[in-house]
Design a protein. Structure first.
Length: 474
């Protein structure tokens, strides 16, 4: 899915007994690697003493066996994989953020974006805070730390700090004796927890990470919830002082971000994408010989399109498994160059055939253009592009890096112009009004990037200010 930068993935585990807990965090983060490939980190807590390692790179690169061994045994660990939508690409912005203060240590792993982060940062700086990164997460950590001076517990400090947060945040916070899961009042970013057979509680951005460490899914963290985990008690749910809003999970989790084997807020991601393909086939039928999907996020929708249309499904691309998600690579030119080595067409599958090409979305259009060109060079007689999401028309300020509508091809051109630029024979975008059909439920979801209607109010002015400040900070 070209052009969009992924958010992040968070993971936490707490155990009644000490053990090699960094290994559990490693496998959890490995299963969340699709949510961020820029940097990663793990902080281990042994009797209140924190040991951390984080760096630029992917999980298997950063955490060699000797590094995991050096983190030692512990009872609590938090981890993070990052692709930054705010903050420069450097080690200082790698998470979790660790803070030492008068009432103890704290580590914070964060998925999402605060729309008022720079106002909060400025207020903290005026009070003497010194920042070492340009990420929202350090702002969150400092707000909690200041609130901790006025409260009796870390969970009370989090509740107090939340009163000042605006935007999207799913957090895993670690104190010397507790692990705390936090989800913003709109539930914009996913978060869930489960338990292993030996009593360890696990918190993660997606249920696939629970599966990776043999934890049984218990439930999603609900919007606005603060759940406290300790080593010797059942989780404690806190809701006081938190103004829970109507839920608006990011619709793009189902279209693209999440792994297809995850279940988010009770909705099976794979089934949602298959449904999208079925609906695309009804909305945009075409005479064709084969349906193929762009790996990986277009494959499920391609299966759905094939089932509904009766057109055979085929594997049209070989994906280089050593290349990650191209949109998570910094820089548009770099993303485009990676497409050439990431995907290669199987000519015998498409040569001389009318191809229905399914992808999750189009942002700038440049990557889709290259893919269509590769198919036609391989002998495809026609390429009919179908997208499993509506057209992008507005920026996102909650964690998806779409800061400027000028970069969105469908927001600035007619469908015919988009089709001609990409070079396909026809094009069809999923209709916004059909999104509930894809999810097969009546829940509300954030779809601001498709409609311009923001669930947390209109953050356009504040968001514009934030991105201007970001440039100055970097």
């Amino acid at each position: 899915m070209p052009g969009i930068k992924e958010k992040c993935g968070v993971f936490g585990v707490i155990s009644p007994e000490k053990y090699n807990i960094a290994g559990t965090a490693y496998y959890g983060l490995y299963s969340l690697q699709h949510r961020g490939q820029e940097s990663c980190g793990i902080v281990v807590n042994e009797d209140g003493v924190f040991t951390a390692h984080k760096d630029l790179g992917q999980v298997n690169e950063v955490f060699q066996p000797t590094v995991l061994d050096s983190l030692g045994p512990g009872q609590i660990a938090v981890g993070h994989v990052r692709y930054g939508t705010t903050g420069a690409t450097d080690r200082a912005n790698a998470q979790p953020i660790m803070v030492n203060h008068i009432k103890g240590s704290m580590a914070v792993a964060h998925n999402g974006n605060l729309t008022n982060s720079f106002e909060l940062r400025q207020a903290l700086e005026l009070k003497g805070s010194i920042f070492h990164s340009t990420s929202d997460t350090e702002v969150i950590a400092y707000c909690i730390t200041r609130a901790r001076l006025e409260t009796n517990s870390i969970e009370e400090a989090i509740l107090k700090a939340m009163d000042g947060f605006e935007g999207a945040y799913s957090l895993v916070v670690m104190s010397p004796a507790k692990m705390i899961a936090v989800r913003d009042p709109f539930g914009l970013r996913p978060l869930c927890y489960g338990q292993t057979e030996d009593g360890r509680y696990v918190v993660a951005s997606e249920s696939c990470a629970l599966d990776a460490v043999s934890a049984k899914f218990i439930r999603d963290v609900e919007p606005g919830e603060v759940i406290v985990f300790t080593t010797d008690k059942e989780p404690k749910l806190l809701r006081e002082k938190c103004n829970t809003q109507e839920q608006h999970t990011c619709i793009f989790e189902y279209i693209y971000f999440a792994r297809p084997d995850s279940v988010i807020d009770g909705i099976d991601v794979h089934e949602a994408r298959v449904n999208a393909g079925r609906i695309l086939a009804k909305t945009y039928p075409v005479d064709a010989d084969i349906v193929i999907g762009v790996p990986d996020s277009g494959l499920d929708a391609a299966i759905g399109y094939s089932k509904e249309s009766g057109i055979p499904y085929g594997i049209g691309f070989v994906k280089n498994k050593y290349i990650g998600r191209t949109f998570i690579s910094p820089g548009q030119e770099h993303r485009e160059n990676l497409v050439n080595i990431k995907l290669n067409v199987i000519s015998s599958v498409v040569s001389g055939k009318r191809v229905v090409l399914i992808d999750d979305s189009v942002v700038r259009g440049t990557t889709s253009k290259r893919i269509v060109k590769k198919l036609k060079e391989a002998g495809a007689s026609e390429v009919h592009l179908r997208l499993a999401s509506p057209t992008f028309v507005a920026p996102c300020y909650y964690g998806t890096d779409i800061p400027d509508t000028s970069t969105l091809i469908a927001a600035n051109n007619s469908l015919e112009e988009v089709r001609d630029f990409i070079g396909c024979d026809s094009i069809g975008f999923y209709k916004t009004e059909d999104l509930p059909l894809m999810l097969d439920c009546s829940k509300k979801f954030c779809q601001a990037c498709f409609t311009g209607e923001y669930p947390a109010g209109s953050p356009a002015v504040r968001g514009k200010y934030r991105f201007e400040k970001k440039r100055k900070l970097e």
